[in-house]
Design a protein around this ligand. Structure first.
Ligand code: FAD
Ligand code: NAP
Length: 337
């Protein structure tokens, strides 16, 4: 039976929940299915998009190419040393399910990344990060299939060119591979990362500071601050936090003394984009059904029937005001199609 379907609605397959469809769509559970699909799919469907949990993308129109939705599941310990466990997880595993499982086994490294929506495959695409931890810290290797040649490829950590919410798979490797599994190197003797003030404050009242407590604290904080995509459409932070030269940071701070900032190197400073957006008056603003989330202005939301184009247009207006007010260029974190 052919895996390929035509004109499939994507509305329930991405967390902004906008009403778009894919010209071609296929769910693949095995590498063999993908190879079969690649050799048979219609030549006019030029573009291919791999869709995970749909929690980090915005469709501005119907997708005219082929959407491939991996559905391969499974996670297992494949190797152990005195200090580490190597866990392989298949691409369609729920990310937070993997975090919950690793914490329950006492394996450290993922706990700060609790409650991030999405699947394992995409965790390496944007090098997911939260509360001072990035997945790049624990990725050993990534297994993928080339969408051009069908060849199976392994990327070692250093070949993924991980950076702040960024990787090879967002640039040269964009739309060129389907990631099939990720091998994570977790630790048997966890070292807690409590740099972020919200997290360290929450942990202060905690009788036992371990990875399970960190997971609980992160979940509590996130539930208070972030919109649940099941209730209001969103894709988390729409923009990255800009990293600017210290001279620019100092110039803005002269005028706005309460400007927050985090030094990332001797001459570069990361500014919370949420502060810039709020300062420009966008917090809680609504344009039709597209809006800026009142509790976290970095998050754009769909209150019901916004189109992807309306959300995108709102993002452009925000970027324009931040640029003209502060001379800082915001970069979109969400993948726009
Ligand atoms: P999708 O949105 O389906 O895809 C994202 C990109 O990855 C697309 O370009 C897609 O083509 C590609 N892709 C997906 N799967 C594969 C695959 N198997 N092979 C090749 N390419 C693939 N992100 C953070 O970093 N930190 C956070 O704290 C965070 N918090 C969030 C909170 C909320 C409420 C929401 C809605 C989002 C948040 N995000 C956060 C963003 C998002 O959850 C992550 O980026 C997540 O990893 C996306 O996973 P996904 O499976 O939904 O990917
Ligand atoms: P927060 O803790 O209020 O901090 C505000 C910003 O300052 C964050 O964006 C963070 O940058 C930065 N920051 C805070 N403490 C820092 C430190 N000790 N060192 C360096 N930078 C510091 O942020 P929040 O909005 O509640 O989010 C908490 C964490 O979850 C953040 O890491 C955030 O990135 C992550 N998150 C991500 C998404 C997403 O969709 N990508 C959505 C929600 C939350 P960083 O963002 O670089 O960490």
């Amino acid at each position: 039976m052919s895996l390929l379907q035509k004109n499939v609605s994507l509305k329930s397959l991405h967390t902004f929940g906008t009403d778009v469809s894919a010209r071609y769509y296929a769910q693949v559970a095995h590498v063999e299915d993908l190879l079969d699909l690649l050799s048979n799919y219609p030549a006019e469907a030029e573009d291919i998009l791999v869709l995970g949990g749909g929690s980090n993308l915005l469709f501005t129109r119907d997708y005219e190419g082929l959407v491939i939705h991996p559905s391969m599941l499974g996670k297992e310990v494949v190797r152990e040393t005195d200090q580490h466990v190597f866990v392989r997880a298949s691409a369609a595993e729920d990310w937070d399910g993997l975090v919950a499982w690793s914490v329950s086994k006492g394996y450290g490294g993922l706990e700060n990344l609790s409650l991030i929506p999405g699947r394992v495959g995409a965790s390496v695409v944007q090098n997911i990060g939260a509360y001072g931890v990035e997945v790049a810290d624990v990725v050993d290797r990534v297994e993928a299939v080339s969408l051009q040649t069908g060849e199976q490829v392994i990327f070692r950590n250093e070949e993924c060119t991980f950076a702040y919410r960024d990787s090879y798979f967002k640039h040269q490797g964009r739309d060129s591979y389907m990631i099939t599994s990720v091998l994570y190197k977790l630790t048997k003797e966890p070292v807690l990362c409590l740099e972020y003030s919200d997290l360290s404050a929450a942990m202060e009242s905690c009788p036992q500071a371990d990875i399970a407590a960190v997971r609980r604290a992160v979940i509590d904080i996130r539930k208070k601050k972030l919109p649940d995509p099941a209730e209001v459409g969103n894709a988390g932070s729409f923009f990255k936090n800009p990293v600017v030269p210290k001279v620019l940071y100092d110039r803005i701070k002269d005028e706005f003394p309460d400007l927050p900032g985090h030094r990332v190197s001797a001459d570069m400073v990361k500014i919370p984009a949420a502060w810039l957006i709020q300062q420009c008056g966008w917090k809680g603003k609504r344009v039709g059904d597209a809006g800026v989330y009142p509790h976290q202005p970095l998050v754009l939301v769909n209150y019901g029937h916004a189109s992807g184009k309306e959300i995108f247009d709102l993002s452009q207006r925000i970027m324009w005001s931040v640029e003209s007010e502060f001379g800082v260029t915001l970069d979109t974190e969400v993948n726009v199609f």
